[in-house]
Design a protein around this ligand. Structure first.
Ligand code: PLP
Length: 402
């Protein structure tokens, strides 16, 4: 009995020690995969777990008061996106949001879709699934990194019913100017439905939906320092939305299920912080990225894929000649430096090739590409240390291979 207690205690102690060590020394540069939750967002969620835990649909006072907070949170997101008409509908994540968006167009008359070859699977797969409903899907392969108005207009004509362009690519950080593209496209094709997966842009680039040219936009809480399990989408015209989950009348009867109140309140808290700091964060993170690039370029055989104005400062895609990305990621984890091969959602399946090859990279280049993604929570010291460790690891792998 005593032996059993001692063993359990030892195991618990070891686990706790490992966690403390990890948090103390970890240099987390995988912020496109997910982010650390803001303390304020955590406290908002905790308050909703501990104190205001009623169901916001209940007719009693506790429910009613919570409903007010919940709707205030929705307004906060609408204000952040400068929404003049339309609604924000909360979901469990951006994948769900994208699936609802794509499901909403399945009965439209014009059965041609224009999208890109570099969408996240959460948009790519639902769109591809529409082929069985008689849709034809055309994909733009971006030349030179960015998707331009020209790329869109050369493919588009009046037979297209849906256009979906991601705002910031999650693997290389390439920025698509969706607001201006939507404006020009709507001048020529006012009936086309325009959607954008803005998961990696929301909270990082200023997004203004006031012109009303974007019909749908999706985002995810856990990419912007809110918890996992909360996302939302904007619908310019809620009549267009075709739900995937039927049941209660939550979310304007467009997404049934008791609301994730802690998640929504935490997201609103994160959005308030991001709103205040967005421009400063952008500059700060841009400096981190530039410092990382400058340091890595001291090595030979470094190919930076995402440098300059057309790329988000939050994402650095870089390849090291003759170094398998997977090997580098695993060597760095030994030093508590966390980067990634590509997107977290596809890294287990080697499907990341799809996006990099969509950008025109060869299979070899794709295999050598790592993604280093920043947040304003990273320090310059961390970034410089990580750069040194990356260079050391690259030199080590190259020396072993000789
Ligand atoms: N879209 C993009 C561009 C993403 O980067 C991700 C996650 O990596 C998603 C969609 C899916 O987001 P979620 O994890 O909230 O489903």
């Amino acid at each position: 009995m005593i032996k059993q207690v001692l063993v359990t205690f030892l195991l618990l102690f070891t686990q706790l020690y490992n966690i403390i060590e990890l948090v103390r020394f970890m240099i987390y540069l995988d912020n496109c995969a997910t982010t650390k939750v803001y303390k304020e967002a955590m406290e908002a969620a905790l308050h909703a777990f501990e104190v205001t835990y009623a169901n916001p649909s209940s007719i009693h006072k506790a429910g009613f008061l919570l409903r007010n907070d919940f709707e205030e949170a929705r307004e906060c997101i609408k204000k952040f996106l400068n929404i003049k008409s339309g609604e924000i509908i909360f979901t469990s994540c951006a994948s769900e949001a994208n699936n609802i968006i794509v499901n909403s167009i399945k009965d439209i008359k014009k059965k041609k879709i224009l999208t890109t070859a570099v969408e996240h699977q959460a948009m790519n797969k639902p769109i591809d699934n529409l082929v069985v409903c008689g849709f034809e899907v055309i994909k733009i392969h971006p030349k030179g990194g960015q998707i331009t108005l020209d790329d869109v207009l050369t493919k588009l004509d009046d037979s297209f019913g849906f256009l979906s362009l991601m705002h910031v690519n999650n693997e290389v950080g390439s920025i698509t100017r969706v607001e201006s593209i939507a404006r020009e496209v709507k001048k020529l094709y006012p009936d086309i439905i325009f959607a954008t997966d803005a998961v990696q842009a929301f909270g990082k680039l200023r997004i203004d939906l006031s012109e009303g040219n974007i019909d749908f936009l999706s985002m995810s809480g856990h990419k912007v320092h809110a918890p996992k399990g909360i996302g939302c989408f904007y619908a310019h015209d809620t009549h267009l939305v075709k739900p995937l989950i039927y049941g209660g009348e939550q979310e304007f009867s467009l997404r049934a299920g008791t609301e994730n109140v802690p998640g929504v309140l935490a997201l609103a808290e994160a959005v308030k912080i991001l709103d205040k700091n967005l421009e400063n964060n952008y500059k700060y993170v841009n400096n981190l990225k530039n410092k990382m690039i400058a340091s890595l370029k001291e090595l030979d055989g470094v190919n930076v894929h995402s440098e300059g104005e057309g790329y988000s400062p939050y994402v650095l895609s870089v390849a090291f000649d003759n170094i398998k990305a997977e090997v580098l990621v695993h060597i760095l984890e030994q030093e508590e430096v966390y980067i990634s091969t590509s997107s977290a959602c596809s890294s287990k399946q080697k499907k990341h090739m799809r996006v990099l090859e969509g950008y025109g990279y060869s299979e070899k280049e794709a295999e050598e590409t790592v993604r280093i993604s920043f947040s304003e929570m990273n320090t310059e010291e961390e970034v410089l240390k990580a750069a040194e460790l990356i260079k050391k690891a690259v030199k080590f792998i190259r020396s072993v291979k000789k």
